[in-house]
Design a protein. Structure first.
Length: 402
């Protein structure tokens, strides 16, 4: 006969002395646990009565929840055992959940490794970090998809704000990956639709402000005097080039080779969207490229000599590492240049992309062409820039009020 109990998992205490409350099933000396989704401090638990101590905030509501779930679980265990007394604790758990419990962390690990196999190192690193962060919250080696309820997600959200000082949009990005894992597991038939907590958990976002240079700021930036041939000079050229050449991402600019340049166009495969793109370079971009066309360059050399020419682009891990290092170096120098230009906006290479998009729309390039040149998968991404341009025009019209 299986027995069910409410237990405070002292073996799962985290660094703040909080631990989860589980329902424990024992049968034939075999133990299995089902999460209640509640966590409390060790001093808030009454081990003799197996309940949260009186005086703890919301203790009445939480104890009522535990009592209800405990009775519900006992009934389910009894029903299953009545039908089949030979069920193991794992099988009991499977019948109670509706299908075999699926380990969330194992599934997430496989998903992350899929990014690694595809050479998407940035996505691999980012999503693996999301899961590691979640592990610090649960302080458990494993957790089932069925344990992750809307209440669990709201508690995790609060944890991210308190422990990591995460902003709303950072949490939103984390939740998007967690939601993707649930949707993938459901499509694969590994969990039931009722197990998806995002049907009731509401993801939040905040409006972000996209920084970009105005035409006047671009001019001021271009006029900053630097020593020719230095890294500061190179990084300045790369940034200005991107401001004129379709707002190419820093990774794509770094990987541009002379074999990608036919004298007027650069042809690239955009790393993020895996699309082919040919960009006709305007006069300013052509002038910058001409600076780096020396007699000793070969078609296989990078146009902007930041990366080592011997770097193997078919080694995604090595490429990602070098691009990450170079980007940090470039952004550091861009801040120096912006300060010299007396530009107070926060500067990184990525705002060259925002700068090109807003300048292109202001010059009358249609939004569909801007979207294509930026390699956007969806035109809704580009519409953000159109809204920025409209807001700038609205501000300009206030001049008539003076």
């Amino acid at each position: 006969m299986a027995t069910v109990a409410i237990v405070f998992r002292k073996d799962k205490l985290n660094s703040d002395d909080f631990a989860p409350i589980h329902f424990r099933i024992i049968k034939n000396r075999k133990i299995s646990y089902i999460s209640s989704t509640l966590m409390v401090h060790k001093d808030q638990w009454d081990s003799k009565k197996s309940r949260i101590k009186k005086g703890v905030k919301n203790s009445g509501r939480m104890n009522a929840f535990l009592t209800h779930k405990f009775a519900e679980l006992q009934d389910k265990v009894l029903d299953q055992e009545t039908m089949n007394k030979g069920l193991t604790t794992r099988q009991l758990k499977q019948h109670i959940y509706g299908m075999e419990p699926l380990d969330f962390y194992s599934f997430a690990k496989q998903a992350c490794e899929g990014y690694l196999r595809a050479g998407q190192i940035g996505s691999y690193d980012k999503n693996r970090a999301i899961i590691e962060k979640m592990k610090t919250f649960t302080d458990q080696k494993d957790i089932f998809f069925q344990d992750i309820t809307p209440d669990f997600l709201y508690k995790y959200e609060a944890y991210c704000i308190k422990a990591w000082q995460n902003k709303t949009n950072t949490i939103h990005k984390d939740m998007k990956f967690i939601r993707k894992l649930f949707n993938d597991a459901y499509r694969m038939g590994k969990i039931e639709h009722s197990h998806i907590p995002f049907n009731k958990y509401q993801m939040k976002t905040e409006k972000t402000h996209r920084t970009f240079f105005t035409a006047n700021e671009i001019t001021k930036f271009e006029k900053v005097a630097v020593t020719p041939g230095t890294r500061l000079d190179l990084h300045k050229d790369m940034f200005i080039f991107a401001c004129y050449a379709g707002g190419l991402r820093v990774s794509d600019v770094l990987k541009l080779k002379w074999e990608n340049f036919d004298g007027v166009h650069v042809s690239i495969s955009i790393h993020k969207t895996k699309t082919q793109l040919s960009v006709l370079l305007p006069k300013k971009a052509l002038e910058i490229i001409a600076k780096y066309k020396t007699e000793d360059v070969t078609p296989n050399h990078f146009i902007f000599p930041q990366l080592d020419h011997d770097l193997k682009l078919d080694d995604p891990i090595a490429v990602d590492l070098e691009i990450s290092r170079s980007t940090a170096y470039i952004n550091k120098n861009l801040k120096i240049l912006a300060k010299a230009a007396k530009i107070t906006k926060p500067v990184s290479f990525h705002i060259s992309r925002h700068t090109w998009a807003t300048q292109a729309l202001q010059r009358g390039i249609s939004i569909d062409k801007v979207s294509k040149l930026m390699g956007h998968a969806d035109i809704s991404e580009t519409q953000i820039y159109a809204k920025i341009v409209n807001e700038e025009l609205d501000k300009a019209m206030h001049a008539f009020d003076d």
